[in-house]
Design a binder for this molecule. Structure first.
Ligand code: PLP
Length: 404
């Protein structure tokens, strides 16, 4: 997105704010899908950025939905039920029933034996049969182990209202090396074939989150993403498992389409160290892999006025507006004559920044969210949202009806 547009967004809607480029997001999905056409589909893990949910509509991609809140967002965005994968480590009966009563989902994942039973009883109460994926654990609290899955695949009659369609697997994000991803895929291939041969069940779907890498920092070795996608595509092509493959992705699709805009509010030098204080902070900005603010993300400095003293860049530590020494966004950023009022644009903030921060700390407002497309221009999807109301009692103890 060009500087002019970003400056206009900051002028008209204020800072800090997020801008998400919907065209860039859609193009990204199309490009990634292109590597797998005919063999694997893309499923957008909407936790990466729920504001992009509506933009996926009409593309050949599904949605991984992990909470009642995410489901509500899908409903408001008019996402068709048959593109929703109802996922999540804690699905409660009320949530499952609500989904079933409001259109259902394309498939439900089961992360435990209890979830299998819950899905069964909710489906039985409605006399419907629902498609289910059993999540295989990667050695943590998510999913079930191989033996548990095999046990339930062997006894599908135990759950007459569940149609066991396949396996879901996700083990983590930011996988820089391709080899471990291909190993996981090979293990899943073997496991699917084992289920089929040992139980006689035919599996239709392997839903796999590869956790592909997004390079966030300057100076990193180039990440050969075309090669990675081509290799992954070849590996899927060569699977013995011949059912559908669905690739769950979040960061890899969304990161590149986001910009976090923040203005320099103050500049000072303390004991020889230059500081810029910006109106945003670490509560709204999250680069996976950043350590002690030492790595340099991709940042644009857009001065408010072309002033300058002709000097070259000087190093500046950029800090946010929180009352904690931890609020250091980046150390030793080379900036040419930074001034209060200048805009700093943090790139690649389309995934997780908008939701993952400690955004209630210090009762600062949640930033506005702006969505941009060539067709519709800049559109305010969320206004700045005050958090002071959330961080204080709604009524005094004397007014409230106490519970003792
Ligand atoms: C089950 C599942 N699938 C997919 C994803 C998306 O992962 P990523 O953003 O690494 O693509 C996540 C992220 O937490 C996840 O939990």
């Amino acid at each position: 997105m060009n500087d002019e547009l970003l400056m206009r967004a900051a002028r008209e809607y204020g800072t800090p704010s997020y801008v998400f480029d919907l065209d860039a997001f859609k193009e990204r999905i199309e490009t990634v899908s292109g590597y797998f056409r005919g063999r694997a589909e893309i499923c957008y893990a909407m936790k990466a950025n729920p504001f992009l949910t509506g933009a996926v509509c009409g593309l050949s991609a599904g949605y991984e939905v992990c909470s009642p809140g995410e489901y509500a967002i899908c409903k408001r965005a008019g996402i068709p039920a048959d593109s929703i994968v109802l996922s999540g480590v804690n699905k409660e009966a009320q949530e499952i029933c609500h989904v079933m009563d409001t259109g259902g989902a394309a498939v439900y994942t089961a992360e435990s034996e209890r979830q299998l039973s819950l899905l069964e009883s909710c489906a039985a109460a409605r006399s419907i049969q629902i498609p289910v994926l059993m999540r295989l654990t990667s050695g943590n609290q998510f999913g079930m182990d191989e033996e548990t899955i095999l046990k339930h695949a062997t006894r599908p009659l135990h759950y007459p209202h569940l149609d066991i369609r396949g396996i879901q697997y996700y083990s983590g994000t930011q996988k820089k090396k391709t080899e471990p991803i291909l190993k996981e895929l090979a293990r899943l291939d073997e496991f699917c074939c084992r289920i089929e041969s040992e139980t006689g069940l035919t599996l239709h779907t392997l839903e796999f989150g590869p956790g592909l890498y997004t390079p966030y920092f300057q100076g990193e070795a180039a990440y050969p993403e075309e090669n990675v996608l081509a290799e992954l595509s070849r590996a899927i092509e060569n699977l013995r498992f011949k059912g559908n493959v669905v690739l769950e992705m979040g960061r890899f699709l969304a990161a590149g389409c986001g910009y976090y805009l923040t203005r320099i509010a103050d500049c000072k030098t303390n004991s020889g160290q230059n500081y810029c204080i910006v109106d945003g902070g670490i509560h709204q900005l999250n680069y996976y892999g950043q350590t002690m603010a030492m790595k340099l993300p991709f940042i644009r400095h857009l001065p408010q006025s072309p002033a300058g003293d002709g000097k070259g860049p000087s190093s500046c530590t950029v800090c946010g507006s929180l009352c904690t020494t931890a609020d250091v966004i980046v150390k030793q950023l080379p900036l040419i004559h930074p001034q209060p009022g200048d805009l700093l644009v943090f790139e690649k903030t389309g995934a997780y920044s908008v939701t993952e921060g400690i955004s209630l700390f210090l009762s600062r407002s949640l930033p506005p969210v702006l969505l941009y497309s060539r067709q519709h221009g800049m559109f305010q999807a969320r206004e700045a949202y005050p958090t002071d109301l959330l961080n204080a009692p709604r009524q005094t103890a004397a007014q409230a009806a106490p519970f003792r």
